[in-house]
Design a protein around this ligand. Sequence first.
Ligand SMILES: O=c1ccn([C@@H]2O[C@H](COP(=O)(O)O)[C@@H](O)[C@H]2O)c(=O)[nH]1
Length: 238
Amino acid sequence: MKSSIYIALDFHTKKEALDFLDVHQLNEAPVKVGMQLFYREGPLLIQELKKRGHSIFLDLKLHDIPNTVYHAMKSLAHLDVDIVNIHASGGLDMMKAAKKGLEKGSATKIPLLLAVTQLTSTDDLMLSNELLIKEPMEQVVLSYAELAKRAGVNGVVCSVAESKFIKQLCGTEFVTVTPGIRLKHDHADDQKRIATPSQARFSDHLVMGRSITQSKNPKAAYKRALKEWNHEYSETTN
Ligand SMILES: O=c1ccn([C@@H]2O[C@H](COP(=O)(O)O)[C@@H](O)[C@H]2O)c(=O)[nH]1
């Protein structure tokens, strides 16, 4: 799969999301559909995005008992998207069940299965004080990545800071997808572990929401992110 920046379509309705893509001529861009939009618009939205030719990351982050996740993944497989995900903190059996459900439910190609290691809205302080995980973030993320690999998962969602080390530990084929990406000077909002596209060279794919969707010129912001990621962007010439 080609390295891509997935635009997070965090909109309320299908109309808002499709209008955004049309108005800003982002009809070629890979997109990420999360809970906000999917819970309202469901499979019909996925069908419409597929019809328009988008590569789709369905970001529902399943986390439940293995049997439930198995059946949920079997259902999601029918949507025929490109990427789906689960939380690694659901454990080895849950991740194995997700993979099995996906294989069982897929008619043609099996979507890439990713495990979320630690959300990019979590920092070390929260990890320790709220989640009561006393090891440093990097160690936790690496250990979850290794567990995901053991379960047969194809890759992980992680921050820029861990991508390189995950590749060293799990191999270059093990996919890393990184959200929490901001163009320089953009607000972090609720994200804690953020980075610019140019700092993300070890990640296979990026996810960008507000830096693009809330920009005055989303198309220009998207193009700039792609250029920065490919190290072709210079502030003096742009
Ligand atoms: O660790 C994670 C996992 C998923 N996300 C999702 O990515 C986008 C990021 O949106 P921004 O507006 O660029 O902050 C959002 O849909 C999250 O649900 C994440 O941020 N971190």
